[in-house]
Design a protein around this ligand. Structure first.
Ligand code: ADP
Ligand code: ADP
Length: 228
């Protein structure tokens, strides 16, 4: 699904040029559950932005589902993102004036899905995360754990091929974080491909494969404790 070869990402020019990612090679197969782990400033978010088609590498190639995204125009990248990738963020990024249901419907609005179909799809996604009974609540009326589950429903509602999660438990207490990771386990068992960024080794251990990134380089790839 993901095939990254020789990817470098640089910012600035001339003497001020810094390589934030350095000669990254990475392959992720369909159905894998991968944690990318590294300290602050190691390049995790930069790699995530490339994986999520939010940004392009300076050098190297990124093939996603057989298509080379490294040369793609921004508008085409947006299409890949909307159709194939679901995003989960540390701070949930829900719209505060919209109910849980409406937040989950948003990607479907962008996809041009209307009326009853849209409602049904959002309800299915909210059911999947166990929050159908909170559909009419605003984010401020939900706990952090519940807000993240709404955000996961929003990420799932388009049935994306890849789920990208950036510190998904970073803003949650232990119990709510575990709940989110249990949800990821279930999605992995259903065959979803998941790439999760974290700086927490206990969180990374929940994935089936761990990739360490340090100073812009992939340091090692080792199997973590999780079961396949
Ligand atoms: P992490 O997510 O692991 O904390 P980042 O990918 O955010 O790391 O950043 C890696 C390095 O790249 C940091 O040193 C950061 O300052 C630098 N960096 C990130 N984005 C930019 C940018 N737009 N311009 C210049 N430097 C950047
Ligand atoms: P979770 O494990 O899903 O994070 P919590 O244990 O944090 O749930 O919250 C328990 C209950 O308290 C939730 O069902 C939620 O409805 C309610 N609750 C938590 N935080 C808030 C809040 N800020 N406003 C309203 N209700 C809240």
């Amino acid at each position: 699904m993901i095939h990254i070869q020789g990817v470098t990402k640089s910012y600035g020019q001339g003497n001020l040029k810094t390589d934030v990612l350095k000669d990254i090679h990475l392959t992720v197969s369909e159905g894998e559950y991968v944690a990318i782990m590294g300290p602050s400033g190691s390049g995790k978010s930069t790699l995530m932005n490339i994986l999520g088609a939010l940004d392009r590498p300076t050098q190297g190639t990124y093939q996603f589902q057989g298509r080379d995204l490294s040369q793609m125009e921004a508008i085409e990248l947006a299409r890949v993102r909307n159709q194939s990738i679901g995003f989960i963020f540390q701070q949930f990024q829900l719209l505060s004036r919209l109910t849980a249901q409406k937040n989950v419907e948003l990607p479907l609005i962008y996809a041009g899905i209307r009326g009853l179909k849209r409602k049904e799809m959002a309800t299915t996604a909210l059911n999947r995360v166990g929050l159908a009974d909170r559909r009419d609540h605003l984010p401020s009326e939900l706990s952090g754990g519940q807000q993240q589950r709404v955000a996961i429903a929003r990420a799932l509602v388009n049935q994306p091929d890849l789920l990208l999660a950036d510190e998904p438990t970073g803003a949650l207490d232990q119990a709510s974080g575990d709940n989110v990771l249990d949800l990821f386990d279930g999605l992995h068992q259903e065959g979803k491909t998941i790439v999760m960024i974290t700086h927490d080794s206990e969180v990374a251990a929940r994935a089936n494969r761990r990739i360490d990134i340090l100073d812009g380089r992939i340091k090692e790839t080792s199997q973590a404790g999780g079961s396949v």
